[in-house]
Design a protein around this ligand. Sequence first.
Ligand SMILES: Nc1ncnc2c1ncn2[C@@H]1O[C@H](COP(=O)(O)OP(=O)(O)OP(=O)(O)O)[C@@H](O)[C@H]1O
Length: 347
Amino acid sequence: MEVRVQNLRKEFDRFPALHDISLDIRSGELIALLGPSGSGKTTLLRLIAGLESPTEGLIYFGDEDASKKTVQQRNIGFVFQHYALFRYMTVLDNIAFGLKVRDAARRPTKSEIRSRALELLDLVQLSGLEKRYPAQLSGGQRQRVALARALAVEPNVLLLDEPFGALDAQVRKDLRKWLREIHDRTGHTTVFVTHDQDEAMELADRVVVMSQGAIEQVGTPDQVYDNPNSPFVFGFVGQSNCLDVRVAGGELWFEDRPLGLKADNERDGSAQLYFRPHDIELRDGCGGCIAGLLVSSRRVAGTRHIEVNIGKDHPSIELELPPEQADSLDRNRIAFRPKRWKLFRNA
Ligand SMILES: Nc1ncnc2c1ncn2[C@@H]1O[C@H](COP(=O)(O)OP(=O)(O)OP(=O)(O)O)[C@@H](O)[C@H]1O
């Protein structure tokens, strides 16, 4: 189901947790709400669910105004980071719970409930564990059961709040892939909260980047990574370097040197140059480059990350290079120039 959020504002005791949020979530879409702690992700999720009511604004489910509807009326499926399963119920009973407690008119028969729960258990790849109790499962298995339980009621919208947040890195990675597969099979409109950019980029159809109670950018993972629309998004989604530069005569200058980078349509004045650690080219001589000393070097998977000191008045720069290229550098003089970059003007 399509969900539309219109001009939402939420205050807690006059503290504005969300300012004027508008967002259209398409039917069947998997959307990630991504942002640092306190940016308002969970508050937005709880407003969509009906667990909080907005101070101002509307929420539509399809064409219906759902703003005044209860959680039950909205028919939401939830998975939280620490959403404890019912400890004294078996896995199968946990999954069946939402169907069992339906009012008599909408409740399927006992055998229909059982077969639906078994189907879901199979979907989340836990067949055979139906008689276990939550304490007899791993953390990852518990979250799979929680997802099966949320799906049992055929929710209009599935809301996931850091569902893998408490799990270790490898399990998280596996579950991410698995969740994407389940989503592709079941097609529920899904909103997923995370502060982990890798998780958002890998899983979501679109990413909503939030900061301080507002939406900074909405786009596909490629759009927000390749074309961030603010310094915040550039810095939050992926690694970045930032350098104070000057625009003069359609060119970029760093201190007293031109960088050999054109800024044709920019007015003269100061600006911030953002670029990714791997989007650079090494230079031999320094006609148009940034130069500095190698401070440290560390291996990260297939690349080497090197830190370059470019002068005491500037933050150090991080570059990402193939190990063989990094190892052949003269540590006393690393010269480079961004290949892809973006300029943000100082106000
Ligand atoms: N019930 C509440 N009462 C008062 N303030 C609240 C309440 N819930 C949230 N806030 C405040 O609203 C802001 C947004 O909180 P929210 O939990 O939505 O952020 P978040 O992005 O989900 O953060 P995290 O990643 O840490 O969970 C925070 O400043 C928080 O302190």
